[in-house]
Design a protein around this ligand. Structure first.
Ligand code: GDP
Ligand code: MG
Length: 349
């Protein structure tokens, strides 16, 4: 964050323009109401925040896994909603966040900073809770953040596809209603896309009239390099168990776009030799599996053939190193660049 930007929401840059969007940039024609604003998705680990972001944007912007703390940075996703009969045209700028938890390392503290920065200056909060779990003390931590922010909030009760008894849902709604004055409580299934149209209606109603901050073909501000690193990390999360997923991070070292082939080299960092052995696997099988699955996804995202080379390095206790953790932050990396050479837009689908 640069010093003069007092809100995280306002500091999101559309990469095409290299500066933060301002009111008036793409003012809709006079007389046509248009709603826009920043909406923060908040909740404890594994509630389904990233699944919801991807479902609403209609693109896979955030990686997903059954393991808690999959998301480590705030992820911006833009939903362009065309004008309809009962609905004004809108631009919803969503911020997916790491799960709210009590941090126990530099990485954990950085993740909670990402949560707080996403909350600053947003117009609306979507607090998402998993209906298959009882409200617990861990929910209260997220609820406290909502209360402290003073920002209006909708409560989303997610994973209703896993609920067989409707009575349970009503009881849960009552329980949450006692805890905070939510503008609305909406049952959804992010995975099955249930309840999302109603959710969009309520979000648009809650947003002020305003301009479109981003061009219509832009769905995120993430550099492609970072998305590539995340895709590799997702495959590590899916393929490994226990400590390995949490001890791993991925850095893209080389990204060379050719006419027919993009060459990518990435390093998977882990914390111990034993983890490296797991990541390599017998006869290199594990690394091969991770590499192939990641390459296929990257090729689909970029729409071009990819040559992906993966390296594994041990860096003990990197999660405890503030310097290392800060170095992973692509927003910070971009601040140091004079030319936007590292920013590639997603291809138009
Ligand atoms: P986050 O940590 O809050 O971002 O949660 P994710 O979006 O990564 O999802 C965590 C897990 O919950 C993944 O295994 C998802 O597939 C699953 N999940 C998310 N939404 C739903 C839902 O609506 N129904 C079901 N059954 N599973 C879901
Ligand atoms: Mg997530």
């Amino acid at each position: 964050m640069t010093q003069n930007q007092n809100s995280a929401a306002a500091s999101q840059k559309p990469e095409s323009e290299g500066r933060r969007p301002e009111a008036g940039d793409r003012e809709p024609r006079a007389g046509t109401p248009f709603h826009s604003g920043f909406v923060c998705i908040l909740g404890r680990p594994n509630a389904g925040k990233s699944t919801l972001l991807n479902a609403l944007v209609g693109e896979k912007l955030a990686i997903i896994s059954p393991k808690p703390q999959t998301t480590r940075n705030r992820i911006l996703g833009i939903v362009h909603v065309p004008k309809q009969k009962d609905r004004p045209g809108s631009q919803i700028i969503l911020l997916d966040t790491p799960g709210v938890h009590r941090p126990d390392s530099s990485l954990g503290r950085k993740m909670m900073t990402e949560v707080r920065e996403a909350l600053e200056g947003c117009n609306l909060i979507l607090l998402i809770a998993d209906v298959t779990e009882r409200p617990a003390a861990r929910d209260r931590f997220a609820l406290d953040l909502v209360k402290k922010s003073g920002t209006p909030a909708l409560l989303l009760l997610n994973k209703i596809d896993r609920l067989s008894n409707k009575q349970d849902l009503l009881a849960l709604m009552d329980e949450y209603r006692k805890q905070h004055d939510f503008q609305e409580i909406i049952p959804i299934s992010a995975l099955k896309r249930d309840g999302l149209e109603l959710l969009l209606d309520k979000v648009i109603q809650a947003l002020p009239e305003g301009p479109a901050y981003f061009p219509e073909d832009q769905v995120t501000d993430q550099p492609v390099r970072f998305m590539v690193a995340e895709i590799v990390r997702e495959q590590v999360l899916l393929a490994t168990k226990e400590e390995v997923p949490y001890s791993t991070t991925v850095v893209v070292e080389q990204f060379e776009e050719g006419k027919r082939l993009t060459r990518i080299a990435a390093t998977i960092y882990c914390e111990r030799d034993s983890q490296k052995a797991i990541l390599v696997g017998k006869g290199g099988q594990m690394l091969k599996k991770i590499g192939t699955a990641a390459r296929l996804q990257i090729e689909r995202m970029l729409g071009i053939k990819v040559f992906l080379e993966l390296f594994i390095k041990v860096r003990s206790n990197w999660r405890e190193s503030r310097e290392f953790v800060d170095g992973l932050d692509w927003r910070r990396q971009l601040e140091g660049l004079t030319s936007p050479m590292d920013i590639t837009r997603l291809p138009r689908k």
